[in-house]
Ligand binder design. Structure first.
Ligand code: DAK
Length: 258
């Protein structure tokens, strides 16, 4: 699929960029947009010339969440048949790092999409929230779980039960985002960060992402074992030999991605 209607894709060197592109609807995540997003991320994931990805929206809205108009009349079975949860889960199976470049509203599913990414670069106008309670539901794409793990129970409860928004500086203070920069520079900053990561040893980057994410899933003992296995595995790569040899020879390494 390449004739996208709800997203735009670009490449910047070794970085794949996806722009959510429903500006009139605040980048609401209708099913079609999610399908295109997943398709684009998978294509970048399979492309050896790409090392990292960035997802962004507009200055006004990263995304205002799932498309309420599309969802309003659904029955539980409709939602199940649409494979909503599968689509969201598949985004979390992308192996290369994804950076969310967030400006303006990141609400509901929009906030959850940013949380699914590995790093978040926010503009000073970014606002994170889970307003589902105001329309009679709760987060359904991971918000109650991921926010609680990142922010702790107190703040997560306020966000989920009482529509508390987090402004960019608060999000930074609580470890939700990596950095806050001006609205003029947030996308460039995200692309720069992605470019730096994309220039690093690709297999190590993938295993590093997997290992950090496994900290959310596993006990400490299991997580440490997973980390150790990944560490040993990297000694089977040419890039490990090259990286250590380059250090000894005081030169820059030339990564092969194998
Ligand atoms: N859905 C559909 N349209 C939306 C929208 C949304 N989420 N957000 C905004 N829009 C549309 C508005 O209807 C309006 O369209 P027109 O009336 O012009 O046709 C246009 O975007 C501009 O919005 P506003 O006129 O409202 O603009 P304002 O600047 O006044 O306000 C706002 C911006 C973002 C604060 C406001 O639009 C707003 O509160 N939007 C709704 C935010 C929200 O409640 N989000 C949560 C949605 S529920 C799951 C996966 C995901 C989810 C659940 C389950 N599974 C895997 C099971 C996710 C659920 C959600 O995200």
């Amino acid at each position: 699929m390449t004739d996208y209607t709800d997203i735009l894709t670009e490449t910047h060197g070794r970085v794949g960029l996806v722009r959510l592109n429903r500006p009139k609807a605040m980048n609401a995540l209708r099913g079609h947009l999610l399908a295109e997003l997943l398709d684009a991320l998978r294509a970048f994931d399979a492309d050896d010339s790409i090392g990292a990805m960035v997802i962004t929206g507009s200055e006004r809205a990263f995304s205002a969440g799932a498309d309420i108009k599309e969802m309003a009349d659904a029955t539980p079975v409709d939602l199940m048949n649409r494979g909503l949860s599968d689509g969201w889960h598949r985004i979390s199976t992308i192996r290369k790092p994804i950076i969310a470049a967030v400006s303006g509203f990141a609400l509901g599913g929009g906030c959850e999409l940013a949380l699914l990414c590995d790093l978040i670069v926010a503009s000073e106008t970014a606002q994170f929230g889970q307003p589902e309670i105001t329309i009679g539901v709760i987060p359904g794409a991971g918000g109650t779980q991921r926010l609680t793990r990142i922010l702790g129970k107190a703040l997560a409860m306020e966000m989920v039960l009482n529509n508390r928004f987090l402004k960019a500086d608060e999000a930074l203070q609580h470890g939700l985002v990596n950095r806050v920069v001006t609205v003029e520079s947030y996308l460039d900053e995200a692309l720069k960060l992605a470019g730096e990561i994309a220039a690093r040893a690709p297999v190590a980057v993938r295993l590093g992402k997997e290992a950090v994410n496994s900290a959310y899933e596993l006990s400490l003992t299991e997580g440490l074992a997973a980390e150790q296995r990944a560490f040993y595995l990297l000694f089977s790569t040419e890039d490990q030999k090259e990286g250590m040899q380059a250090f000894v020879e005081k030169r820059a390494p030339a990564w092969k991605g194998k």
